[in-house]
Design a protein around this ligand. Structure first.
Ligand code: AMP
Length: 286
């Protein structure tokens, strides 16, 4: 497995792989890898001939009061995980290699970036779409692998790929969870033991939404209210949002659609956690 920090060198290696007829898969990450990230590398390994994982803690997607400086950095362990999951190349640029001193260009996916995470983290998705566009231009992949865990993010990247004619396929992979249902996240390591117990209520609330959609005749907005009530009742948890929305547009839903996505963001201790679940409604009328 190659470990390369230079964007120019990575582009050359990718072009070389393509010339020899190989398909290229990329998995963008910020490191502090866990089994969720590893699953993305494995999906890419199964689909593609040349697998590039990228590890870059991107400063432009963190707000001024967010955790950029304390974000976990575990490069040696990350490389070991990439190696064992079958990556061919890990791209590990530093900030100066990604952003020159005169950098002034950014990519904004206007509408999808506004609600939910976009509303709570101003500028976050501009940072994400810009760095992912750069990673696509550097690695020139056929396919790029993202987790459903960051539901809004993968929708934004899909839109960007269409709008800017990147001509590559976005593959969204299932959420990998801890045994108690908590979605794996690099930020889970910030959780104190009490917080960790409280955090598992997020998944229970998603299961509640799923079962209400299937077994009651509540509308999407009524289910949103039930989710909010449940999360608000948990001591030590601060609700940011809990909403059943359209799975493609993230717009609010008032009726009972066939399918939707339930989105949750909360703060537990000092840690902001997000999760989601796609849900199906049974065909009962409200
Ligand atoms: P991050 O390093 O947090 O920026 O995440 C890199 C990629 O891993 C993103 O596409 C995430 O959606 C994905 N990811 C993070 N956590 C999980 C998880 N628990 N299951 C599956 N994919 C995940």
């Amino acid at each position: 497995m190659l470990v390369v920090a230079s964007p120019v060198e990575v582009r050359e290696l990718s072009r070389c792989a393509r010339k020899s007829g190989r398909t290229i898969g990329v998995i963008p990450t910020m490191g502090a890898l866990h089994d969720g990230h590893v699953s993305l590398v494995r999906y890419a390994r199964a689909d593609c001939d040349f697998v590039i994982a990228t590890i870059f803690v991107n400063p432009t997607q963190f707000g001024p009061n967010e955790d950029f400086s304390r974000y976990p950095r575990t490069l040696e362990a990350d490389l070991e995980l990439c190696r064992s999951a079958g990556a061919d190349l890990v791209f590990t640029p530093d900030v100066t290699q990604m952003y020159g001193p005169t950098a002034q260009t950014s990519v904004r996916v206007s509408k999808l970036s506004l609600p939910f995470e976009g509303a709570h983290r101003p500028g976050h998705f501009d940072g994400v779409s810009t760095v992912v566009a750069k990673l696509f231009l550097i690695t020139e992949p056929d396919r790029a692998y993202f987790g459903q865990k960051d539901y809004q993010q993968q929708l934004i990247i899909r839109q960007m790929v269409i709008d800017l004619d990147f001509g590559l396929q976005i593959v969204t992979c299932p959420i990998v969870r801890e045994p108690d249902g908590l979605a794996m996240s690099s930020r889970n390591r910030y959780l104190e033991p009490d917080d960790r117990r409280i955090a598992s209520e997020i998944f229970q609330t998603l299961l509640l939404a799923e079962s209400l959609a299937l077994t009651s005749n509540l509308t999407a907005s009524q289910i949103s209210v039930r989710m909010q009530e449940r999360l608000r009742s948990i001591e030590g948890m601060e609700l940011s949002y809990a909403e059943v929305v359209d799975e493609a547009t993230l717009e609010p839903l008032t009726d009972r659609p066939l399918e939707a996505v339930a989105l949750i963001a909360v703060r537990v201790g000092t840690t902001r956690l997000i999760d989601n679940m796609r849900i199906r409604f049974s065909n009962q009328s409200p």
